[in-house]
Write a new protein. Structure first.
Ligand SMILES: C[S@@+](CC[C@H](N)C(=O)[O-])C[C@H]1O[C@@H](n2cnc3c(N)ncnc32)[C@H](O)[C@@H]1O
Length: 290
């Protein structure tokens, strides 16, 4: 359909690596407790991006058929190639290519704020069966502390980001990003107003702190590298958004610096020199029934 989101807003690596951690099996029980969809057979994920949540849903509910839809062709191509067990389709959440009353669950993660609520809820209501479950997962303000070896910027980095700065002013509006934000009261109210009953809210915290001894070395590395991939994706987006102001060699140099910082963070972790940098996400889960 298009490749806007994956080119200008969030690249594949950013979404797939960060979501794979947030929906990791380690946190499975937290999600299962609030989803309450055991025994529901057909699950539709709206705005699935590169498919990390659909992948977890397939593994957590092996008897269910999981479908993911998104307008971004790059995301759907990635999901089809890399994720087995779920089916992925390029489709618009405001005109779902599914029959009325055909799903038991409609679920989305960080999508509701980007789609006009009447269409967002209206289409999910239409395709859900009677007593079908609508789950809206929405990121709230968490805690994010960066390690000093990553936070410190060279003069070169400062100058580049400053030069590109004006291009980033309001640029997300161009791609209809976050045009419909809702606070913690508006979200459940909106679900209710669009016909859903028995609406409930829950909050899930996921503490991604590499130095925490409860995490394996593999998971700690995955946390650091997920941030590395987000940072590298930001550099790629910089080229798309402010390409006239930044040269390709400058982008390469920026990427080299980013990689060196994250290599240093990994080295500190491997040596046991704790930084206690953290990404503690607070996720709101709003659940309603048709
Ligand atoms: C913040 S991203 C979240 C992606 C995914 N849920 C995740 O957590 O990785 C928002 C997603 O919504 C998709 N999206 C936006 N408007 C859409 C629409 N009308 N129909 C389907 N997908 C849409 C974007 O392409 C993008 O993949």
């Amino acid at each position: 359909m298009n490749t806007l989101w994956s080119t200008y807003v969030q690249n594949i690596n950013t979404l797939y690596s960060s979501r794979s951690l947030r929906f990791a099996d380690k946190f499975k029980e937290k999600y299962l407790r609030v989803f309450v969809i055991d025994g529901k057979n057909r699950i539709l994920e709206i705005g699935c991006g590169p498919g990390a949540l659909a992948e977890s849903l397939h593994s957590w509910y092996p008897d269910a058929k999981v479908y993911g839809i998104d307008t971004d062709s790059n995301f759907i191509a990635f999901a089809r190639k890399n994720i087995t067990g779920a089916q992925f389709l390029e489709a618009d959440a405001t005109a779902l290519p599914f029959e009325d009353n055909s799903f038991d669950v409609a679920i989305s993660n960080t999508v509701s704020e980007h789609i006009e609520p009447l269409k967002f809820y209206g289409e999910q209501y239409r395709v859900l069966k009677e007593n079908g479950v609508c789950i809206v997962i929405s990121a709230r303000k968490g805690i994010n502390i960066t390690a000093p070896c990553i936070a410190e910027e060279t003069e070169f980095e400062k100058e580049i980001w400053q030069r590109a700065g004006e291009y980033f002013v309001d640029y997300l509006k161009r791609y209809d990003v976050c045009q419909y934000p809702q606070n913690e009261a508006e979200l459940p109210l909106s679900m209710q107003e669009h016909g859903f009953k028995n609406v409930t809210t829950e909050y899930i915290t996921v503490n991604l702190t590499p130095d925490n001894p409860c995490y394996s070395k593999e998971m700690a590395h995955a946390m650091i590298n997920a941030n590395r991939l987000c940072a590298l994706d930001s550099v790629d987006i910089l080229l798309h958004v402010a390409g006239e102001k930044i040269t390709a060699p400058e982008v390469e140099e920026l990427k080299r610096i980013v990689n060196a910082k994250y290599d240093k963070r990994i080295m500190l972790y491997n040596k046991g020199i704790k930084q206690w940098d953290t990404d503690m996400s607070v996720t709101m889960v709003v659940r309603g029934e048709k």
